[in-house]
Design a protein around this ligand. Structure first.
Ligand code: IPE
Ligand code: IPE
Ligand code: MG
Length: 239
């Protein structure tokens, strides 16, 4: 196998990942979809380690979209349970590793117990500075914009004071730089309502590899490709 051994020179500061393909991964093994989601969590541990190793400072993961509520009830319940178990089992280690956990999305809709656990995890890790892990759970890009606009209106901000910086400030990702690279596993070529505002100039990388199989080497491939992209931001670059 052709493995990339040297660490990449150019690494995204903020990496966002659409962790897709868990269900297909499970189906291809004759397993129930939830087994795929559990394998996905295992993989997250690997990818977190790799991100720290490569010097990525912000990792945003898409774990549950506002549209995912429409899945069969048992799967939704299973995904809620998985989030709860992950917090119970991993929080201590994440905290010890200096990970600052943040939740992006709406807490409303989650059980009170889960809301409490998420808030406690966010609180506990708020001063950590090795890596920011934004967990997009019950997140939608449109919902993100909608809640921002609502709060802007509630705060009585006059329209002539609304600019892009102000909107940034009201989004769930307030205070963080935009993602440099969006990686999607599972092969689809769409954003599925992820970071619509924030990813407007992110580089996009899609791989057919299902999320549970997306390992350190696969991440290196994505980063290597990112390193070769010319980000023009609409300008004409001098050659
Ligand atoms: C992504 O995997 C995880 C969530 C959306 C929660 P999927 O569950 O969408 O897996 P596929 O796309 O059906 O294979
Ligand atoms: C996007 O995957 C959401 C997450 C990875 C959490 P989906 O599987 O829900 O997206 P679609 O249905 O393929 O657009
Ligand atoms: Mg999917």
């Amino acid at each position: 196998m052709n493995t990339v051994m040297t660490l990449p020179e150019k690494v995204p500061y903020h990496l966002a990942v659409i962790m897709d393909g868990n269900g297909r991964w499970a189906r291809s093994r004759g397993l129930p979809r939830l087994a795929g989601h559990r394998a996905g969590v295992e993989n997250l541990r690997r990818i977190l380690r790799a991100c720290t190793e490569f010097g990525i400072k912000i990792l945003t993961i898409y774990a549950f979209s506002t549209e995912n509520w429409g899945r069969p009830e048992a799967e939704v319940r299973g995904l809620m349970n998985i989030l709860e178990t992950v917090i119970d089992r991993e929080l201590k280690q994440l905290h010890a590793n200096g990970v600052q956990l943040r939740h992006i999305g709406e807490l409303d809709g989650l059980s009170e117990m889960l809301q409490g656990k998420v808030s406690k995890a966010v609180d506990l890790t708020r001063n950590n500075d090795q890596l920011i892990l934004n967990v997009a759970f019950n997140y939608g890009g449109r919902q993100d914009l909608l809640q921002a606009f609502r709060r802007i209106v509630d705060d009585g901000i006059p329209s002539d004071q609304i600019d892009e910086r102000l909107i940034d400030y009201y989004l769930y990702t307030a205070g963080q730089p935009d993602p440099d690279l969006v990686v999607r596993t599972g092969g689809e070529m769409r954003l599925s309502n992820f970071l619509l505002w924030q990813a407007s100039y992110a580089e996009y990388y899609s791989t057919p590899t299902y999320w549970p199989d997306f390992d350190r080497e696969e991440l290196l491939k994505a980063i290597a490709q990112f390193g070769q992209r010319e980000r023009r931001f609409g300008l004409v670059l001098q050659s």
